[in-house]
Design a protein around this ligand. Sequence first.
Ligand code: CO
Length: 214
Amino acid sequence: MQTLDHLFENNKAWAGRIRQQEPDFFVKLSRQQSPGYLWIGCADSRVPANEIVGLSPGELFVHRNVANIVVHTDLNCLSVMQFAVDILKVRHIIVCGHYGCSGVGAALRRDRLGLSDNWLRHVQDVRQKHEVAVARARSDSEAANRLCELNVIEQVANVCQTTIALDAWERGQELVVHGWIYGLKDGLLRDLNVTVASVEGTVPAYQAAIAALD
Ligand code: CO
């Protein structure tokens, strides 16, 4: 079977349901989007951004990659951030990791997966930076959970250090960066309390969040 008819059927049913609730939903949405949030999350199929936070199309701007990494030279992620902050004027950037992340697990075990090893090298850097905290874990799963949390906190710091966030704060634009983690087992989000709303707030929030993990 080369066509994915069932997905087109699902789509028709989905669009129909929405039109039933709000007949001009798509017409209104086609004119403009005004999301309040940018979500930077893992590409994992079990972590669907909009659904987790109960937001409709138009309300959440989304960038996802393996292990929710924000790399200083990743033009893809940076372009999404710049468009979201400068053009759409989102007020919040949410970096959301998740427990049970395969990418983080592979980085922890130093598995060889292929090309993505090079991408996950960034998570290995996080592990190396926090070697003591990761080694303190009493089990492999606790170490993996800890690295998932540390990875989110580090990526929040990376967001705060981009020219996009720095320029927004410099010109007095309201922008708050958050670090959250999602539990696959209970479907719940947990705030890692690394909330940053200014340049000066970055280091204290980062240090407090790291200290709170101990
Ligand atoms: Co993941």
